[in-house]
Write a protein that binds this ligand. Sequence first.
Ligand SMILES: Nc1ncnc2c1ncn2[C@@H]1O[C@H](COP(=O)(O)OP(=O)(O)OP(=O)(O)O)[C@@H](O)[C@H]1O
Length: 243
Amino acid sequence: MSTLRLSGDLWMGDAPLIRNLALEFPAARWSCLLGRSGVGKSTLARLIAGLPGPYRLEGELAGNGRALAGHVAMMAQDAQLLPWADCVQNVTIGARLRGARPDLARARALLAQVGLAGLEGRRPAALSGGQRQRVALARVLMEDCPIVVLDEPFSALDTVTRLAMQDLAAKLLQGRCVILITHDPLEAIRLSDHAYLLGPLGAESLALPASPTPRDFTAPETLAAQAQLLARLHSLGPVLCAG
Ligand SMILES: Nc1ncnc2c1ncn2[C@@H]1O[C@H](COP(=O)(O)OP(=O)(O)OP(=O)(O)O)[C@@H](O)[C@H]1O
């Protein structure tokens, strides 16, 4: 699967959310989706991941004309772990739901890769927020899908843990088509090869530094791009609540 393409109008119930979408998510690249709260970023993430909901796309979503079922793994802000299951059981949940025999050795190896060697038998309640996101990352790697959707995966973490998780994800998800949703301009700039700013009337492509990712958060070009992106997001104005 080389490039994932999404085009058309996104609807929530009987109301349009985003019109005129023409998004391209190349293989082996990180693409970022930005936009005001409520614009429809998580809805797009769910659509790409094939999750059910009261939304529909009047258009096309495919990778080289092929359907996406079985090709997408997703990681969200909340690690979404089973509270009664230990790390190994959480990482192998996909196989068990499919009725397949879980590869426990591979699960343990992936947990070691994300820095959780020795904690395999712990349940989520006995892990820190950062450790839970590491389990979620290991679960994504376990699924071994060419497309990975990350919906604000690190936004609940403190800044230093977040930077470490960004570096880890950039390393371990290398070679996959990653679609990152984030509110954090620095995260977008550090990790993305390209970015779209979403609005109700469509998506705008944003310029990013040419340097390789993950970008050094102290590099002048990273900081300049972060400031520029923050200014662009700020210019959209605050989110207003109806009623
Ligand atoms: N299950 C649902 N039923 C009805 N409306 C929904 C549902 N889920 C989301 N919406 C609405 O669809 C719109 C888009 O929601 P979505 O969560 O995709 O936005 P978002 O851009 O991800 O926002 P945020 O940045 O705040 O997470 C919002 O107006 C939201 O209220």
